[in-house]
Structure formats: structure tokens, C-alpha cells
Design a binder for this molecule. Structure first.
Ligand code: NAD
Length: 253
């Protein structure tokens, strides 16, 4: 990507900013091979709509189906690596005194790329929790092939520790995300369609508080009209070029 392509306003504001926030969505992991929910699914799962599986109602209806779909996604994310977009965000953290990375993703790829200050709005697929009591666990014993593992405490079904459509976000993480968005001098919204609430309202909090807001996405989204700048392209290309332009001395991974 032509590094002279970035408007000087973006370069100067990022260089001077003490508080920068990035909000990421499924799009940043697409180049690592993790499909977004809006892309066509492949293979075994092609006949299912992920938005119909990622709900408490779907789990109640057919726990085994939902458990197996998440087991497949868990294996998928464990087998892939961060891409240059994830690494570029980890580089920003080294240059900005307060950098907050808010992600809607559940795949740990930001942490694997070296990002430290990560707020996971929608949980993490590597953990499970009890469907009845909400107690979170890192380890569990797999069940017989025709059923779902059970909570060792109460015997309820175990489910992935992710936030499903229609569920509340972890209140403390959301509160800290809102406060970071309000304090941001520059806010980057990356690889998100801006449809899933309340994550989609975070860039608007930043707009209302005078931040420079920038979208990185190959296509227009519901958030585009609020942005000061829209950088059209895949985040794995745009972000490394942007970081190298703003901080030319930063090392490329
Ligand atoms: P989303 O609503 O965040 O939409 C994906 C966006 O990414 C789209 O606007 C698309 O244009 C954009 N995009 C695609 N490729 C891109 C690229 N290379 N660079 C930059 N942008 C790109 O995400 P969704 O798929 O609708 O998922 C909704 C929710 O489901 C998420 O908020 C998340 O909780 C969960 N989810 C997580 C993962 C993950 O952890 N990797 C994957 C799928 C879904």
C-alpha cells in the first residue's frame, strides 16, 4: 500500500495522541482464516446460519448442535495465527501512552500478536461456563459423543463463555470500554459492520467527545457516515502501512 496515501491529519493526530482506542470486529481476523458471521460458512456447517446458532434459544433447543459448532470454531481459531493487522495494533500499543484495544472477537488473536490491554466485550471461545449458574471454567471433561459436557458443581450443561445475541455484555468490561471511548483522542474502528450493539455505539461515544474517528474496512458500513476518515481496504494491508507511516522507526513483525 502507498504509504503517502494517508491524510496528514490522521498522521499528526495519531503521533500526538496520548489516548487511542481501537474497536475490532470479526473482519480483522478474516485474513487469518476465521470467517465472519456474515460470510458463507463452509463444509459441515454450510447449511446453518451462525446468527441462529449463537443464541441462548438455540442452545436450549439443541445444546449438542450449538456445542459442536463452537467446538469446531474453537479448533479453527486454535489452528490459525495472527495476521499483519493484529501485529500492527500490538505495535501501536508500544507508541501510545494509553492504548485500549476493545474487541468483539473471541479468538485470542490480539493477545497472541502481543497486545496486552485488551477488553473482550464478547468473551472468549477458549473458556466455557455453566449454562445454569454462569460459573466460568478454563478446563472441562468432554462428554460422550451424543451429549454436552456438564458442570461438575450443579450438573447443568456447559456452554462457551461468549456473549450470544440477546445477552448482556460483561458490565465491568462494557463500563471500562465506554469510558475509554469517551476519553479517546483518536478512535479506530476496524473490521466491524457496526450492526451488533452495544459495541457499535462506542465509536459514537468517541465522536460526541471530539475524537478523530477513522474506519478501516474494505466496504461501507453503518458507521461510515460518522467517520472523519474511511480507509478502504483489508486491515492486514492498511494497518501495517498506517503504523509504519505514523511511527517510521517501529519495527515490522
Ligand atoms: P462484524 O459485524 O464485525 O462484520 C465484519 C466486518 O468485517 C464487515 O463490515 C466486513 O466488511 C469487514 N471485513 C471483512 N474482511 C475484512 C478485512 N480483511 N479487513 C477489515 N475488515 C474486513 O462481524 P460479524 O461477522 O457480523 O460478527 C458479529 C459478532 O460475532 C462479532 O461481534 C463477534 O462477537 C462474533 N464473531 C467473532 C469472530 C472472531 O472471534 N474472530 C468471528 C465471527 C464472529
Amino acid at each position: 500500500m502507498d504509504e503517502s496515501a494517508f491524510p496528514s491529519d490522521i498522521i499528526e493526530r495519531l503521533r500526538q495522541a496520548r489516548r487511542v482506542v481501537a474497536l475490532t470486529g470479526a473482519g480483522i481476523s478474516a485474513e487469518s482464516g476465521v470467517p465472519t458471521f456474515r460470510e458463507a460458512q463452509t463444509g459441515l456447517w454450510a447449511q446453518y446460519d451462525p446468527q441462529e446458532l449463537a443464541t441462548p434459544q438455540a442452545f436450549r433447543r439443541n445444546p449438542k448442535l450449538v456445542w459442536d459448532w463452537y467446538a469446531w470454531r474453537r479448533a479453527l481459531v486454535a489452528s490459525v495465527s495472527p495476521n499483519p493487522g493484529h501485529y500492527a495494533l500490538a505495535r501501536i500499543e508500544r507508541h501510545v501512552s494509553e492504548f485500549t484495544l476493545i474487541t468483539q472477537n473471541v479468538d485470542s488473536l490480539h493477545q497472541k500478536a502481543g497486545s496486552r490491554n485488551v477488553f473482550e466485550l464478547h468473551g472468549n471461545i477458549s473458556r466455557v461456563k455453566c449454562f445454569e449458574e454462569d460459573i466460568v471454567m478454563d478446563d472441562w471433561t468432554e462428554a460422550e459423543s451424543d451429549t454436552v459436557p456438564r458442570c461438575p458443581r450443579c450438573g447443568g450443561y456447559l456452554r462457551p463463555d461468549v456473549v450470544w445475541f440477546g445477552e448482556m455484555l460483561p458490565p465491568d468490561v462494557l463500563r471500562r470500554a465506554i469510558s475509554a471511548a469517551r476519553a479517546a483522542e483518536v478512535f479506530l474502528t476496524i473490521g466491524t459492520s457496526g450492526i451488533v450493539q452495544p459495541a457499535a455505539s462506542l465509536p459514537l461515544e468517541a465522536v460526541e467527545n471530539g475524537a478523530l474517528v477513522i474506519e478501516i474496512n474494505p466496504v461501507q458500513t453503518q458507521l461510515s457516515s460518522w467517520m472523519d476518515f474511511c480507509l478502504r481496504g483489508p486491515s492486514g494491508i492498511v494497518l501495517p502501512a498506517l503504523v509504519s507511516t505514523v511511527w517510521p522507526d517501529s519495527t515490522r513483525e
